[in-house]
Design a protein around this ligand. Structure first.
Ligand SMILES: [Zn+2]
Length: 310
């Protein structure tokens, strides 16, 4: 099939030309190829790449390791007045997992499709931001600009799983204190246009797990206080709350980031059988997980109380 072979050759040429060039897009594609997905993100390889980029631009680089095998990269662009508080740009190295079978292109192939779209896990969250910091500094340096304040960039591990071994330990460290940071800019959001949006507040994530218990019984019987029934009652309450919040967004009264979002992320219930689940048995336990996000305007204690009451 010559046409398919030709197409494959076209893709190969298209991709290899782009990945060998030393352009912002080519550098971005190279950074996207590191498999940084949990549960086993590669940290050493992307850090070596970032260090080579830092060296090329003329930034100081050092690696800190607060937890073994979880390095943090710190780049520094000295300012003309180092006594001023510094500026820190933060970015995380890791990405959420991908389901490769559901991708048009493999998630870490960093494919630049003929329509100009780039496909890669972590491209928006947030490898694009990691590379934008470097590209911006590269341009500023090329134009002879020197900042008065020292600029640092931190590339932290484990952000997607809570950051306990990454930014949490960094923020507590002597190394961080010594940076004399006056202003931090963390990840924003990928932008499809020329503008770069920054945010001054973020929602705090809560993992809400509801574990329901109840009387086990035959699937043919109607009775009160079954685990699944109890769970479904809670799910109904949460679904109604979710709708009320989403309605506020849909009506234009508030933005997505201003309401409390809650989304179901897993369900765990049923008695496994060789062919799936036992169909004529009501289980004694059932569980559901929700991703809850609270804007700074929501009172966490009030939400805790409401969840307990419901
Ligand atoms: Zn992120």
């Amino acid at each position: 099939m010559p046409s398919i072979r030709l197409l494959a050759l076209f893709f190969f040429l298209f991709f290899s030309v782009h990945s060998q060039e030393d352009t912002p897009i080519a550098r971005f594609l190279r950074y996207l190829q590191f498999n940084t997905a949990h549960p086993n993100p590669s940290y050493a390889d992307p850090i070596s790449f970032l260090i080579s980029q830092a060296n090329a631009i003329g930034l100081h680089a050092r690696t800190l390791e607060f937890t073994p095998s979880k390095p943090l990269l710190l780049l520094t662009w000295p300012g003309s007045n180092p006594s001023l508080p510094s500026v820190l740009f933060n970015s995380h190295l890791d990405s959420v997992p991908a389901e490769p079978s559901k991708w048009i292109y493999p998630p870490f192939s960093a494919t630049l499709a003929p329509d100009g779209k780039i496909y890669a896990r972590g491209a928006q969250d947030e490898k694009c931001i990691a590379m934008q910091y470097l590209e911006a500094i590269r341009n500023l340096k090329a134009n002879g600009f020197t900042p008065s304040r020292t600029v640092h960039i931190s590339y932290v591990p484990d952000e997607e799983i809570g950051g306990f071994d990454g930014s949490a330990k960094f923020a507590e460290s002597k190394e961080f204190k010594d940076l004399n940071v006056g202003f931090v800019l963390d990840e924003g959001q990928a932008s499809t246009g020329e503008e770069f949006r920054v945010f001054y507040a973020d929602r705090s994530p809560w993992g809400l797990i509801i574990k329901a218990t109840g009387d086990p019984g035959h699937g043919s019987r109607l009775y009160d206080n079954g685990a699944m029934e109890n769970l479904m009652k809670s799910v109904e309450v949460i679904t109604k709350f979710r709708e009320s919040q989403f309605d506020i967004v849909k009506s234009g009264e508030a933005m997505n980031s201003e309401v409390i979002s809650v989304n179901p992320v897993y369900l765990k219930a049923g008695i496994p059988s060789p062919t799936g689940f036992v169909m004529n048995m009501q289980p004694s336990e059932a569980e559901a997980g929700f991703d809850l996000r609270l804007p700074p305007t929501a009172d966490p204690d009030l939400i805790k109380k409401r969840i307990a009451e419901e």
